[in-house]
Design a protein around this ligand. Structure first.
Ligand code: SAH
Length: 444
């Protein structure tokens, strides 16, 4: 296709499923970043570009604010920083309403945060070079492998951001070079920081391309001297040409190799590789809602599927007779077993298996399950799992999802036998287009 660029005046007519704006060009609805419904914009339309960009705002929306971030236009992280927070919540509720419209159920207002900033407990920074071969550290630009340099971030933890700054300065001073993806040379690939605000424990993970890390001891000494909050430092080695951040091999350079956190009055051990919810304030809101909807009885048996480090099952275990948890990822499974021990919980069993294979087995053995709590990854669950749930016939299903689009597809398998009785969106990821939902289903 020939590249053609036209400047045009357009009104934003609607939102796409990722809450980017939509404008009409030649009868086609095209997505445009950083645009609010109802606004009139000047747009540079290049016919071979994936996403359009706003050139000038002619009539701004009443919901528009100046984004509190100086790399917002380039960074692929947040998408809604230009929209007032209360309106972000309304947009998320509307999105869920649209997705769930065939079910004809009430959608509750999205539960938001009082302070929707610096909420993340995990920072992930990529190190590399820019076009001019300058060392950069930050985030990937949307749809590219270009790194946008950053100093502060509106949603990440501020203590962790300061640690990243020190790390970058030390790398420069000590001539420790970032990894170059194209030449496959250099050492530092990523820096990941996980933090427990509740216990003030901080884990720094330096992802390197090889085992040999010249100047390692001096680097650790200098870093610890500057940041008393750091409780453990890990070197993760990832030699592969891959989009995965972490490799298999790890060396603990300082401390115990993990951190602890407190969530819903329980203590959790978190290691570098295990899954752990990134917004602790809202995780509490989410879990409390899920547990309230489950309305558990002392004699009941609960299946916690896709259980991560065992958090939901452990938090609700005191309300029931027994919890059975299943998780595929080995390191999360091991952490889950430890977490039950730390909290002195004896009525929970953990299985390291594929949730579908595991639940089919339970259904074939005609196990009795009163409530299924499921919290699958973004791609959702699958037909095998859902059919086995129907065979198990639990009284209730609590379906937690970080992607209501795949959740809706899955719910269609269940609604002949189950009635959707409650839908609660929760804002786990303020300033981004993501929304989490808790859905309660009761057997007809
Ligand atoms: N309920 C947990 C984790 C939710 S994230 C929490 O609230 O923290 C989804 C989890 O599903 C991840 O831990 C992931 O490792 C796990 N997972 C992904 N595919 C799976 C599968 N096929 N079977 C079991 N677990 C799976």
């Amino acid at each position: 296709m020939m590249k053609e660029t036209n400047k045009m005046k357009k009104t934003v007519i609607d939102y796409n499923t990722d809450l980017t704006g939509l404008i009409n060009i030649d009868g086609k609805k095209l997505p445009i970043n950083n645009a609010i419904k109802g606004e009139t914009l000047e747009v540079n339309y290049t016919n071979n570009k994936k996403t359009l960009k706003v050139d000038k705002i002619i009539e701004p929306s009443i919901y528009r604010i100046t984004p509190p971030c100086n790399i917002y236009n380039r960074c692929g992280g947040c998408k809604l920083l230009h929209i007032k927070y209360e309106h972000q919540l309304e947009l998320k509720t509307n999105l869920v309403k649209e997705l769930f419209k065939d079910f004809k159920v009430k959608i509750n207002d999205t539960l938001g945060m009082t302070n929707p900033n610096h909420y993340r407990n995990k920072n992930q920074i990529v190190f590399g070079f820019d076009d001019k071969r300058r060392i950069v550290s930050g985030f990937y630009e949307e749809f590219t492998h270009k790194i946008v340099n950053f100093e502060t971030c509106y949603v990440q933890d501020e203590i962790s951001d300061n640690i990243v700054k020190t790390i970058k300065d030390l790398f420069l001073k000590m001539h420790i070079m970032p990894y170059d993806e194209t030449k496959r040379r250099g050492l530092i690939r990523h820096v990941m920081i996980k933090r427990s605000k509740a216990l003030n424990e901080t884990m720094v993970i330096i992802v390197t391309s090889q085992d040999v890390f010249p100047g390692r001891q001096n680097f650790i000494k200098a870093l610890l001297a500057k940041h008393k909050d750091i409780t453990t430092i890990i070197q993760n080695i990832n030699p592969k040409a891959t989009t995965h951040v972490l490799g298999d091999k790890e060396i603990v350079l300082f401390g115990k190799g993990y951190i602890n956190d407190i969530l819903c009055d329980c203590k959790f051990k978190i290691s570098s590789k295990s899954f752990y919810q990134i917004n602790p304030t809202q995780t509490k809101v989410l879990y409390e809602k899920a547990i309230e909807l489950a309305n558990l009885k002392k004699d009941e048996i609960v299946l916690d599927a896709y259980s991560g480090v065992g958090t939901i099952g452990i938090v609700l275990s005191k309300n029931v007779k027994k919890v059975i948890s299943v998780e595929l990822e080995k390191s999360s499974h091991i952490d889950a077993i430890n977490n039950a021990k730390i909290n002195n919980i004896k009525n929970i069993q953990f299985f390291n298996d594929d949730a579908t294979r595991f639940i089919i087995n339970l259904a074939n053995k005609k196990e009795h399950i009163d409530v299924v709590i499921m919290d699958p990854p973004r791609k959702g669950s699958d037909e095998g799992f859902l059919k086995a749930v129907l065979k198990l016939k639990p009284k209730k299903i609590i379906y937690i999802s970080c992607n209501p689009q795949t959740q809706v597809i899955d719910l269609k398998y269940l609604i002949n036998d189950y009635k959707i009785t409650y839908v609660q969106p929760v804002d786990m990821f303020p300033q981004t287009h993501h929304v989490e939902t808790v859905v309660c289903l009761e057997r007809k």
